[in-house]
Write a protein that binds this ligand. Structure first.
Ligand SMILES: Nc1ncnc2c1ncn2[C@@H]1O[C@H](COP(=O)(O)OP(=O)(O)OP(=O)(O)O)[C@@H](O)[C@H]1O
Length: 236
């Protein structure tokens, strides 16, 4: 089976400082993988690599999305992917529906999927659909971007710190949506500091350390701040 995301020997540095070092990752359809790591470990740098945002001269290795090498055909590779950044980027003067229509047109996608049903699935209240997004909370903007991912029929979803700034109810709603995406056959890669949520929705937890991804097993019932500190410091 072709992996939805396959990263082979990815290395990247800034000013001769190595951030990613021969990093390997495979993610299958219907799988949620969460990447943990200390501040500055390189998690956002990894996401930017997957999005093809780094100068290729700075980077070595291969990244394939649905079997397509982003260095060869970035546009076609990215057509399979949806990305929700930590600060969701929507146009404030447009409504949720208008934003999604606009993003779909930018991606050259017709409205094959019903936007209303995507907004419903993403959990945005119907009363907000036609209001300008400048009036939305962060959680609501995030739901617009997730509804876009569903409307685009992306098979691979990248989420950068999806729970930061969300209250417990909004966190639970988002966690459930991640599980729904997985159950519908999407692959989801999450970068997060919310270890508790990640244990709940992930099939695999990986720790980014010294530029590489290492599997970690965490027992939710034994989780303490001290045990987490040790794990992040590589002492667990
Ligand atoms: N464009 C850049 N130029 C130089 N250094 C950079 C650049 N982007 C990131 N870095 C450095 O690379 C390292 C990894 O940064 P990155 O943002 O990927 O970390 P992170 O794991 O996402 O951290 P956090 O958990 O704080 O968000 C940091 O030391 C950062 O300063």
């Amino acid at each position: 089976m072709t992996a939805l995301l396959s990263i082979q020997q990815l290395s990247l540095g800034f000013s001769k400082r190595k951030i990613l070092n021969q990093l390997e990752l495979n993610l299958q359809a219907g799988e949620v993988v969460s990447v943990l790591g200390s501040n500055g470990a390189g998690k956002s740098t990894l996401l930017k690599s997957i999005l093809g945002l780094h100068d290729t001269a700075e980077q070595t290795g291969n990244i394939l999305i649905a079997g397509i090498d982003i260095a060869q055909d970035r546009q076609r590779a990215l057509s399979h992917l949806a990305y929700v950044p930590e600060q969701p980027a929507v146009y404030g003067h447009l409504s949720a529906i208008a934003n999604i229509r606009y993003f779909l047109s930018l991606a050259n996608i017709g409205e094959e999927k019903d936007i209303n049903s995507c907004l419903t699935m993403a959990g945005l209240p119907e009363t907000a659909w036609h209001r300008p997004c400048s009036e939305y909370s962060k959680g609501m903007k995030q739901k617009v971007m997730l509804a876009f991912a569903l409307a685009k029929q992306a098979t691979l979803l990248l989420l950068d710190e999806p729970n930061s700034g969300l209250d417990p109810q909004a966190t639970e709603d988002l966690n459930q949506l991640i599980v729904q995406c997985k159950e519908s056959g999407m692959g989801v890669l999450v970068v997060t500091h919310d270890v508790l949520s990640a244990i709940g929705f992930s099939d695999r937890l990986l720790m980014l350390t010294n530029g590489q991804l290492q599997p970690v097993m965490l027992d939710q019932s034994a989780l303490t701040l001290d045990s987490l500190k040790k794990l992040y410091q590589g002492q667990a």
